[in-house]
Design a binder for this molecule. Sequence first.
Ligand code: ADP
Ligand code: MG
Length: 396
Amino acid sequence: MSFTRISEIGEFGLIDRLSALIKPTESSLSTLKKGIGDDCAVIALPNGKLQVISTDLLIEQIHFDLLTTPLEHLGAKAISVNVSDICAMNANPLYATISIGLANNISVEMIEQIYKGAANVAKQYGIAIVGGDTSASITGLVISVAIVGEVDADKITYRSGAKQGDLICVTGDIGRSFAGLKVLMRERQTMLDTFAENPDMDKSTYKADLSDYQKVIEKHLLPKARVDAVKFFHETGIIPTSMIDISDGVGSELKHLCRNSHTGALIEESKLPILAETREVSDEFEDDATTYALFGGEDYELLFTISPNDFEKLSSFNDARVIGKMLPPSDGIKLRDLFGADIDLTKTSGFQHFAEEEFFEDDSDTHDHDKHSHNGHDPNGDDTDDEDDIWGERKN
Ligand code: ADP
Ligand code: MG
């Protein structure tokens, strides 16, 4: 058997290879509307509705660091990131299960904290936690949530329905979660340095003053799924033509929408919703806020497209912005920068904002491992997967 390193093909390349193996199981059921390839799998129910299913994994030192993550927040985030995938299908979340892998540094009380956070946020979303699995782990804490939701068949939204001329929109603001991560990782280092310099110190007395950074930190630790946007779509009858939630950053998610919808896209830097607090952090780190917004990820906002006919209706939802337009595939996927220059988002290395090699490499281990490397995504370089066209058509 040959030995191909996962890094050679990347996360998406790996999923493609696995997808080829499980495709035959997908075709065995006529009720399966969508298998791999969207935010959720979609299954037709006998009552005419569609069921949507998703699962997401949070792993210590890859997705979170216990030094900077309150356990209640971790439990809440595990639920929210899964609800976010349900929202991306324009569906309502219903039931979740939680599975945990526990290393021996985790106490019963700590696990209870995680579940308090999960139960609290589940209540807010109106979902029930109905089971899970428990195991020992030798590699740290693992939390895996699986979630089920439902939607009327005529309201389901895939990544694939966008048409040329559709408006590209985003809820909330972007880049904030990454700003929060930067601050937390700096704080983590300060904390570790303090402990190293004062080995006899009672660690529980360590206090950090992060009050200036509350908005960005909260967004990173406690992102909220945009169930309010889905509610608005249902109430107003808007059916986004395509939708995805922002786990990896708008730059990457837009590529998924374009690839699946067979379109190109132009988004405008001047229209990206970036909070003043995010800009303050990016300035402090001498980074570029646009880079945070496009490639930071973990904002769990919704990136979606609508027909221009729905623009009026959308304007009554005051937390979504139009940031660009879907174009013919031959136009590529571009960002028009503040000076009017069009930058190819599939090959970002030419863009000065992304040219600073050290941008995502100047932090601690956790940062490097945190989300941004989980899919082999390189914010500074070509993020083209194993593509054979501008939107990286998968070879399967
Ligand atoms: P998201 O960021 O929305 O959670 P992912 O990028 O993780 O989506 O996954 C993309 C698609 O690949 C989804 O349809 C998901 O179900 C599928 N997928 C991811 N990992 C695996 C796996 N190990 N086996 C089968 N399908 C997978
Ligand atoms: Mg998703």
